[in-house]
Design a protein. Structure first.
Length: 113
């Protein structure tokens, strides 16, 4: 499967540099069918001419982002060492009700060369 997703500039750059290796999303629509070996094209919202292809190396499903955060190192999720990893950060994108209705996913990725 080939899937396109948009990203804000900061997570786009972190994935590009290899410091963020898990993308967190709601498990809905076409994303629910992602599997290992699939390709995702990320488009930088700040400059839609910038794209990045990654390979899916793992898909992990959880009831909420709190459960997902408990199973990954914060650096994999894109946090710096001096930042607190708080699953409530994801509620600005996906309210708790949507998380509970759909479940959430941690998509392990690696940048394609």
């Amino acid at each position: 499967m080939f899937l396109t997703m948009h990203l804000n500039k900061e997570p786009f750059e972190k994935i590009k540099s290899g410091t963020k290796t898990v993308e967190m999303r709601l498990c809905d629509g076409a994303r629910r069918y992602l599997t290992t070996g699939d390709t995702i094209e990320f488009i930088n919202r700040a400059d839609e001419n910038q794209t990045l292809e990654v390979e899916v190396v793992g898909v992990h499903i959880y009831p909420t982002f709190a459960d997902l955060y408990a199973n990954f190192d914060k650096r994999e999720l894109g946090y710096r060492d001096d930042e607190e990893a708080d699953p409530r950060d994801m509620e600005k994108y996906y309210p708790l009700k949507l998380q509970q209705e759909n479940c959430v996913m941690g998509i392990e990725i690696k940048v394609k060369k």
